[in-house]
Ligand binder design. Structure first.
Ligand SMILES: C[S@@+](CC[C@H](N)C(=O)[O-])C[C@H]1O[C@@H](n2cnc3c(N)ncnc32)[C@H](O)[C@@H]1O
Length: 211
């Protein structure tokens, strides 16, 4: 018996929908977009092509080849083949005109989010998008660092799924952002979360503004 299986594109569609819903309100001028987990550029191609400056950071050489092919000839797109933490430390300070940052991670992006705010003072409104699969990663056997949800240092604490963390995942994500907003002197004007995989994977977006 032959079976045809249709590809599930709902995750990508939801991510794009989330981004377009924020971009559609015109809350930030489209100037510089920074995609820190670019992959092969599916999101960037669909949502950020009309930014006059687009920076794509990706550490996997195979994905970088696809990025180069996909963005060939688009001079306003710059590809950085490197670890995003290194990018944030070395290149982010002094990066002018940033109006959008994308953290479409596997697992939790919180280490990169913290590194971003350590390197960049918020002076203008910025849109932030993230995918947080931290809880899903623990179900798949990877460790989680609760400290990463409390804006502390990464102590690499705990391995395996913790049902208390699983049940309070949304609260942890929101507390993480509340704490960051106090530490880095910004306010959160909009916060939308879309849940996937029974609450184990979050796609979210925020509009933040300087206090
Ligand atoms: C969920 S995928 C991103 C998909 C992408 N947003 C797209 O639209 O095609 C996550 C990507 O982040 C990359 N990545 C993971 N950790 C990274 C790091 N520390 N620095 C740079 N890239 C990283 C992975 O290689 C992977 O391609």
């Amino acid at each position: 018996m032959f079976q045809s299986k249709t590809k599930d594109n709902s995750s990508l569609s939801l991510k794009i929908l989330l981004r377009k819903s924020f971009l559609g309100i015109g809350a930030v001028p489209k100037r510089v977009a920074l995609d820190l987990f670019s992959g092969k550029g599916e999101i960037a191609r669909r949502a950020y092509l009309d930014f006059p400056e687009l920076h794509l950071v990706e550490k996997n050489p195979r994905q970088v080849e696809l990025l180069k092919a996909g963005f060939a000839g688009l001079t306003r797109a710059r590809i950085w083949e490197m670890d995003n933490l290194e990018f944030l430390q070395k290149h982010l300070p002094g990066f002018p005109g940033l109006s959008l940052v994308d953290f479409d991670a596997y697992g939790s992006p919180n280490k990169q989010i913290q590194a971003f705010f350590s390197a960049c003072k918020i002076r203008e409104p910025i849109l932030i998008f993230a995918t947080d699969g931290g809880v899903l990663a623990t179900i798949r056997g990877r460790g989680i660092s609760p400290d990463l949800y409390l804006a502390g240092s990464d102590q690499g604490w705990g391995a395996g799924y913790d049902p208390v963390i699983g049940r309070n995942y949304e609260r942890m994500i929101r507390c993480f952002w509340d704490e960051l907003s106090k530490r880095h002197n910004f306010r959160i004007e909009l916060f939308k979360i879309i849940w996937k995989k029974g609450g184990q994977l979050a796609y979210y977006g925020l509009l933040i503004k300087p206090r």
